[in-house]
Design a binder for this molecule. Structure first.
Ligand SMILES: Cc1ncc(C[n+]2csc(CCOP(=O)(O)OP(=O)(O)O)c2C)c(N)n1
Ligand SMILES: [Mg+2]
Length: 391
């Protein structure tokens, strides 16, 4: 799978995209090798579309990328992704048992995106904002599994004292700005957070995650315009998981194979990345972050990824075949791929990986216990953390 890039000024050729998209969801666009002209707003940025990198065997390619990294980092990436996977599986189970109510959108399958990006940030001044599919982002920014799980069960120990639930958690300390249930709403918020950093002359940037469905929202383009105009330090990460609820991306988005081109009218450069390869995400992230930190303005990253579970817990996912999901799991799973590579290349042996599995399991078990034992909020809490004082 490839990383392809555009300089911001080329005209999209969309004729074939919608027809071919559903057949090969993770295939790189064929036209990624042509040269492009840098757009007016993207002056000084790379004007050349990088040739799509292709290698037959994904583990080999991971191994190639891993040469640039030390062992501890590779192990950390594995552990961070596994924590999200196990946390989400547990949340799914607890939902099934009636311990979690309301909405709950699982991130299983997409772990490499947020873990790869967070590993590239490595700066406490950077902020993150995302949609309702947010537990993975919270864990990746360093929020405690206990506090997230207790929020899911609506308990006092939760990040929003049990009053927010799955879609509404924040951490000022970790610079995590939510958790937003309105599709696309986090995009102007992330743009505003990054604007404030620039305006106040504070360091940092804001990584703003959005879905392939959200990218068709009008407010996204108002944000793009302002971000490009004022060179705001924001990275828009489109998590293209191939569906917006029950609608395939190709049926909802024009030129759906090239969502990373969506900023070209504003001169915002874009990059398409294999979001099932944590090192591809990390390396692309490092490159983009460097540009944004240098004051060159916003950037769009389109992560080609896949959600294994339904849109939310109440989705029977009848709009796609079991075989499609199974194929993605067996051929592209980001955790299995990294695990295989770690073993093959001798970065870790079975015993070391077992140790990690055990550690992660303990964190999740403790979180689940805490989330069930923490008391429910006192009824008086109904009158706190609201905009107006109760009469
Ligand atoms: C403004 C608005 N319109 C519609 C909805 C209902 N809705 C919730 S999630 C969703 C799909 C969004 O898909 P995508 O952006 O691809 O994110 P994903 O769920 O795949 O992570 C829709 C239409 C909503 N929450 N907000
Ligand atoms: Mg989607």
């Amino acid at each position: 799978m490839a990383t392809s890039q555009q300089g911001g000024g080329s005209a999209a050729r969309s004729k074939t995209a919608a027809k071919s998209a559903p057949k090969a969801p993770l295939k790189a666009p064929q036209k990624a090798q042509r040269k492009t002209r840098a757009g007016g707003g993207a002056k000084g940025r790379s004007a050349v579309t990088r040739a799509a990198e292709r290698k037959e065997h994904p583990v080999e390619r991971l191994a190639e990328r891993a040469k640039a990294e030390d062992r501890a980092l590779l192990i950390k990436l594995y552990e961070d992704m596994l924590l999200i996977r196990r946390f989400e599986e547990k949340a799914g189970q607890m939902y099934g048992m009636g311990l979690i109510g309301g909405f709950c959108h699982l991130y299983i399958g997409q772990e490499a995106v947020v873990v790869g990006m967070q590993s590239a940030l490595a700066d406490a001044s950077d902020a993150v904002v995302t949609s309702y599919r947010d537990h993975g982002h919270m864990l990746a920014t360093g929020m405690e599994a206990k506090g997230v799980m207790a929020e899911l069960t609506g308990r006092r120990g939760g990040y929003s004292k049990g009053k927010g639930g799955s879609m509404h958690m924040f951490s000022r300390e970790r610079k995590f700005f939510g958790g937003h249930g309105i599709v696309g709403a986090q995009v102007p918020i992330g743009t505003g957070v990054a604007f404030a950093m620039k305006y106040l002359e504070e360091p940092g940037l804001c990584v703003t995650y959005l879905g392939d469905g959200a990218v068709n929202q009008g407010q996204v383009y108002e944000s793009f315009n302002m971000a490009a105009l004022w060179k705001i330090p924001v990275i828009y990460v489109i998590e293209n998981n191939k569906y917006g609820m029950g609608t395939a991306t190709a049926r909802a988005a024009a030129n759906s194979q090239e969502l990373y081109h969506r900023g070209q009218a504003y001169g915002i450069p874009g990059l398409q990345v294999d979001g099932m390869d944590v090192l591809a995400v990390r390396h692309a992230g490092q490159e983009v972050i460097e540009q944004v930190r240098a004051g060159k303005g916003p950037y769009i990253m389109e992560m080609q990824t896949y959600r294994y579970r339904g849109h939310s817990m109440s989705d029977p996912a009848k709009y796609r075949s079991k075989e499609e999901v199974q194929r993605m799991r067996s051929e592209h799973d980001p955790i299995d791929r990294l695990r295989q590579m770690l073993l093959q290349e001798g970065h870790a042996d079975e015993a070391a990986l077992k140790e990690i599995d055990k550690r992660v399991k303990e964190i999740v078990t403790d979180a689940a216990e805490f989330a069930q034992n923490s008391p429910e909020p006192d009824p008086s809490e109904l009158w706190t953390d609201v905009y107006t004082a109760a009469e």
